[in-house]
Design a protein around this ligand. Structure first.
Ligand SMILES: NC(=O)c1ccc[n+]([C@@H]2O[C@H](COP(=O)([O-])OP(=O)(O)OC[C@H]3O[C@@H](n4cnc5c(N)ncnc54)[C@H](O)[C@@H]3O)[C@@H](O)[C@H]2O)c1
Ligand SMILES: [Zn+2]
Ligand SMILES: [Zn+2]
Length: 381
């Protein structure tokens, strides 16, 4: 089969690879109809993620058709149209029993630190991902669900990570009616978090980024006020000024460890590797929220982090919440919102690349060229 393959930082290509096989009676093989590239894949592409091995196939957002099932699989049959959450999880361990699907204890040798994720390096279990013609899905009775017949493949694809994560980000912010919510990052996760904040009762939603085409989308798609941080000497001071000098009630970090906006942090992290990454967006969230407010972190960070303003978070009495999204937990509500038209997830898709051109997709998305917001990969094209 054809599959995207990692060759080293900034180097990927499409190669011929063995079609995955059923390795366990609970596995299914899915023929991928659509996959997406996530902002998280860029951390792999940039060589930021430990133990990303040459030959690994990325891709944790995908939908497809069941091609083969192991003898123990009960809920899926060949030909079913399915959506697969980015988490790999057993469904029965201590953590899964508590709905912490992203923290499953049975799917990754590094389970004390992180759960299992498709196509996300051997740090996250070493499972090949869905940017390929076929993918092996372990615990096939647990994660995947049939795509409702009224839902498009593209909407279902957005539910496998980006939309669920944005919604979860707003949920962890514990938004109360009338709250002012500031979202850092106007990528797919930030746009969905901003839109979801309204559904949870926000009275005002602000989105911060420095890419004008994404801020435009934040206004038209997420109905948010926008702030271009490059236009302000100190974006936190600006934020305070427009929120009665108190700060927002809730901040959502949808940027993560590769944040721009502070040269010193960029040099000490990306260049000199003195820190695990740049804490700029996280610190803006801590500074930009009022005392007693909440910070919800969806942006990805490595295990060790240095220059986070933890003392300020303590002294301000903030609530900090974070996790990898337990995707399937969000689906019942998301399905309802999509069905009744409150969410139209596929509106953020800007680019569709055939699998053979996936390297161009990564480059365009990484360099944020051509007005890109969300790229989709089409194996059959
Ligand atoms: N927790 C989870 O389950 C989960 C799931 C999906 C993605 N993520 C993470 O969420 C983050 C966003 O994902 P995405 O797909 O939207 O990525 P993306 O790369 O498309 O978007 C990130 C955006 O942040 C902007 N940005 C950079 N520095 C900034 C700053 N200092 N302040 C404000 N904005 C800034 C960039 O210009 C860009 O528009 C990534 O770190 C990704 O790894 C986490
Ligand atoms: Zn992702
Ligand atoms: Zn489990």
């Amino acid at each position: 089969m054809r599959a995207m393959v990692y060759r080293g930082p900034y180097r990927i290509r499409v190669e011929e690879k063995d079609r995955p096989r059923i390795e366990h009676p609970g596995d299914a093989i899915i023929k991928v109809t659509l996959a997406a590239i996530c902002g998280s894949d860029l951390h792999l592409y940039h060589g930021m993620m430990p133990d990303t091995r040459v030959g690994h196939t990325f891709g944790h957002e995908f939908v497809g058709v069941v091609d083969e099932v192991g003898p123990d699989v009960r809920n899926l049959k060949v030909g079913d149209r399915v959506m697969v959450p980015f988490n790999i999880y057993c469904g029965s361990c201590f953590f899964c029993a508590r709905g912490l699907y992203s923290n499953c204890h049975n799917v990754n040798a590094n389970a004390t630190a992180v759960g299992g994720i498709y196509g996300y390096s051997h740090t996250c279990g070493g499972y090949d991902g869905g940017q390929a013609e076929y993918v092996r899905v372990p615990f096939a009775d647990v994660g995947p669900a049939l795509i409702p017949e009224w839902m498009s493949d593209e909407d279902a694809l957005m539910c496998t990570d980006a939309l669920a994560t944005g919604y979860f980000g707003a949920q962890l912010g514990e938004i109360r009616e009338g709250d002012t919510v500031v979202v850092f990052g106007a990528g797919p996760v930030g746009l969905y978090a901003a839109l979801s904040s309204w559904l949870m009762g926000a009275g005002r939603v602000l989105v911060v980024d420095h890419l004008d085409h994404r801020l435009e989308k934040a206004r038209t798609f997420a109905h948010a006020e926008t702030i271009n941080f490059a236009e302000h000497d100190d974006v936190v001071v600006h934020l305070k000024r427009i929120t009665g000098f108190l700060g927002a009630d809730v901040a959502i970090d949808a940027v993560g460890a590769e944040a721009d906006g502070n040269l010193l942090m960029h040099v000490t992290s990306a260049k000199l590797k003195l820190q695990g990454g740049s804490p700029v967006a996280l610190n803006w969230a801590i500074d930009g929220v009022r005392k007693g407010g909440s910070v919800s972190v969806m942006g990805a960070y490595g295990p060790m982090f240095s220059a986070v303003k933890f003392g300020d978070a303590l002294n301000k009495g903030l609530t900090l919440r974070m996790n990898q999204c337990p995707v399937k937990r969000q689906w019942p509500r998301l399905f309802e919102h999509i069905r009744n038209g409150h969410l139209r997830p596929s509106e953020i898709i800007t680019h569709r690349f055939p699998l053979e051109h996936i390297a161009e997709g990564y480059h365009t998305f990484s360099a944020k060229l051509d007005g890109i917001i969300k790229p989709v990969i089409v194996p059959a094209a």
